[in-house]
Design a binder for this molecule. Structure first.
Ligand code: GLY
Length: 354
């Protein structure tokens, strides 16, 4: 088992990564009432069997539709009716949408109740369950109501990956490639030379890439927890274009596939401006293909008007007036923020997605 501990703002987050570790961690850490908010497809027995007292439970379906303020109110109502106090626990057991909604409820109930995230997908383990961003959608706008609230503990138990569908597994790897491409050349090299082991879900290899991703993410979040210093934006590499692809296709394109195409597009933009070293785009395309990820809109089998994509980008929270700050890889494993105007973005989009 690997452990990463980081102090972020005024709270301490401990992340445990390993296989079959839920019991060991929960037996040691839990000392109070527990509400499990879990995804219906996830088996709760590993968690429930470790608890000394019977937990309360809210079961939710998978998918982004649970990121709804009414679900937050349902969680809060139960906490309030059952007399939960700040030192009690919410355990969020599921994928990224579930940890987002449970995390938001945890952050506002009594101004913050202890939160334990147990992510059950690669995407959750390397991104969504870490770093404290929680949100729900509102009136069709993604993540528009939310908070920054760090989990007390994250348990990335690789046992949950045994039953993860291949498409979802591969989609999560796009976020791992993101860390390699922008922050961690060692990780990038590891991903390049170990694709067969990783795709076969060799647990030592998976533990290593989840560990490296966790360290990368938390060290960025520690420096810029509220995304105010142009540091945390690196975690959005590929996401400006990727989120727009998701939005214009009504979320028919899964997140990992959309950001894979977004990463290629944003690196092409970087090469065009002269920030990204020549050759980076080709290496990036190769590694994405190695993992069965798409690298262009054509491979996604969709046709989208560039103006429609640009309009979707303009609705992005990351926009500042007429500019967007794009994280751009410089060489593999390093990056820089680039302030791009909307007009420049329009012609860049034509080049990279046209
Ligand atoms: N998922 C991007 C972030 O946590 O900042």
């Amino acid at each position: 088992m690997r452990v990463v501990e980081e102090s972020i703002c005024c709270s301490n987050t401990k992340v445990f990564i390993g296989r079959g570790i839920v019991r060991e961690i929960l037996e040691k850490e839990i000392n109070g009432n527990v509400l499990i908010v879990r995804q219906d497809a996830v088996d709760p027995k590993y968690v429930i069997s470790t608890l000394k007292t019977k937990p309360h439970e809210i079961v939710l379906p998978g998918g982004d539709q649970i990121k709804d303020i009414n679900i937050v109110m349902q969680i809060i109502q139960l906490l309030s009716e059952k007399g939960f106090q700040r030192r009690d626990y919410i355990i969020a057991l599921g994928g990224g949408a579930l940890t987002d909604v449970a995390g938001f409820a945890a952050s506002i109930y009594m101004r913050g109740i202890r939160l334990i995230n147990i992510p059950t997908t690669i995407l959750g383990m390397v991104d969504a369950a870490l770093g404290g961003k929680n949100a729900v959608n509102f009136h069709g706008i993604k993540n528009i109501i939310g908070s920054f609230y760090q989990p007390h503990i994250v348990i990335s138990d690789l046992i949950y990956l045994d039953t993860l569908p291949r498409k979802e597994f591969i989609g999560g790897l796009a976020e791992v490639i993101k860390y390699g491409a922008t922050l961690d050349y060692e990780l990038f090299k590891y991903l390049s030379s170990n694709s067969t082991r990783i795709l076969d879900r060799d647990y030592e290899a998976i533990e290593y890439i989840v560990y490296r991703s966790t360290i990368n993410k938390l060290s960025i979040v520690k420096h810029d927890p509220y995304e105010l210093k142009n540091v945390r934006i690196v975690l959005n590499y590929g996401h400006t274009v990727g989120h727009a692809i998701e939005a214009v296709t009504g979320f028919a394109v899964p997140h990992g596939m959309a950001i894979a195409v977004g990463m290629v597009c944003e690196a092409i933009i970087g090469e065009g401006i002269g920030i990204t070293e020549k050759g980076v785009v080709d290496i990036l395309v190769n590694i994405l293909k190695m993992y069965g990820l798409p690298t262009s809109l054509r491979e996604l089998n969709i046709r989208v008007e560039q103006e429609v994509l640009l309009n979707a980008m303009l609705k992005d929270k990351k926009r500042h007036g007429d500019y967007i700050y794009l994280p751009i890889p410089t060489s593999l494993g390093s990056w820089t923020p680039y302030k791009i105007s909307i007009n420049e973005m329009r012609s860049a989009i034509e080049k990279c997605l046209g």
